[in-house]
Design a protein around this ligand. Structure first.
Ligand SMILES: [Zn+2]
Length: 321
């Protein structure tokens, strides 16, 4: 489809009238072109790579669950006026997928996970033959998403290709440092204690990349509620393995994990809520967790503290939820 579009543009160009997709980059009067994004982690990538050239409008703020999110009338207006749209893809934004994939936005919409090496993606059996969409928790895979954003911006606004490449290089260097940091922190947890229990299965890439066994109560998507049998099975697992802490997520209700904690107690064992992790949404803007790097650092610090038995030390950033 894109090829046809380019071909059409070439034909129009030859006819001498021009066919530039950035015809009206300054429609907002800011001298920037408008990019609409879905989850916060993508918003952050586009801000870092696009720099001063882009006005980034993120649809999903802190605490918002992308699996359940439906576009509002206001969102549709934003999508209408966007020059480019980035979303995660791989069915993460399952209620918005059709709107972005097959509707009128298709030609200006890009999935950041398109560039990710398929051989490195996880295909959990319970997710109906689909890829697990939570790539951002393997920082090296998310670096491939950064490359996708850089390439799309460079193609759209080719006059500034050098700037996008240099911004991306700078950001990728920070992400490489982040990856090294997580690995070093993870190694502080003894191997037998590297078990991460959360509300839903967002952390499989994290587990694979950094050596944790991962159990989620709800599965890959939050669209299906956990049942009593799921709670009991997880409680048995926690009790048998003597796991000291489980983790709530900022974008998923804490109720289900409280039920697990109670079920564990009824089996004669105590498990702590080790803190809040940011899974499918970042923290508030202006806080460290309101950036991708900050949220990932917060997660690993929270996990390590709780699992190596330092969870009793009061740290406001990890115990307020
Ligand atoms: Zn999720």
């Amino acid at each position: 489809m894109q090829r046809i579009y380019i071909l059409l543009c070439l034909m129009v160009l030859l006819a001498g009238t021009g066919c530039d997709p950035k015809e009206q980059p300054d429609a907002s009067g800011t001298g920037k072109y408008r990019v609409v994004t879905t989850i916060g982690m993508i918003t952050d990538v586009v801000k870092n790579v696009g720099g001063d050239r882009v006005e980034v409008i993120g649809l999903m703020g802190p605490g918002v669950d992308p699996h359940l999110y439906k576009a509002s009338a206001g969102d549709v207006q934003k999508l209408d006026s966007a020059h480019l749209i980035f979303y995660n893809g791989l069915h993460l934004e399952s209620k918005m997928g059709d709107l972005l994939n097959v509707g009128k936005y298709r030609d200006k919409t890009f999935a950041v996970t398109d560039a990710a090496d398929r051989s490195l993606l996880l295909t959990p059996p319970e997710f109906e033959g689909q890829y697990d969409p939570h790539l951002w928790f393997d920082v090296t895979l998310w670096m491939q998403a950064v490359g996708k954003v850089r390439d799309v911006l460079s193609e759209f606004d080719s006059d500034n290709t050098l700037m996008y490449w240099s911004n991306a290089e700078r950001y990728l260097a920070k992400l490489a440092e982040l990856h090294t940091y997580i690995k070093a922190q993870a190694e502080r947890v003894p191997p037998q204690q590297r078990v991460l229990v959360t509300a839903h299965d967002a952390f499989n890439y994290f587990g694979k990349a950094y050596g944790f066994e991962v159990r989620g109560l709800q599965g890959i998507s939050t669209a299906t509620e956990a049942g009593i049998a799921d709670v009991q099975a997880l409680a048995t697992f926690i009790t048998e393995r003597q796991i000291p802490a489980i983790f709530v997520e900022s974008s998923v209700s804490t109720r289900s994990l409280e039920a697990v904690k109670a079920a564990v107690k009824s089996k004669g064992f105590e498990v702590e809520i080790g803190g809040e992790l940011f899974s499918d949404a970042m923290g508030n803007e202006g806080t460290p967790e309101g950036t991708y790097i900050g949220m990932v650092r917060h997660n690993i610090d929270t996990i390590v503290k709780a699992l190596v038995g330092e969870s009793t030390t009061t740290s406001p950033s990890t115990t307020e939820y």
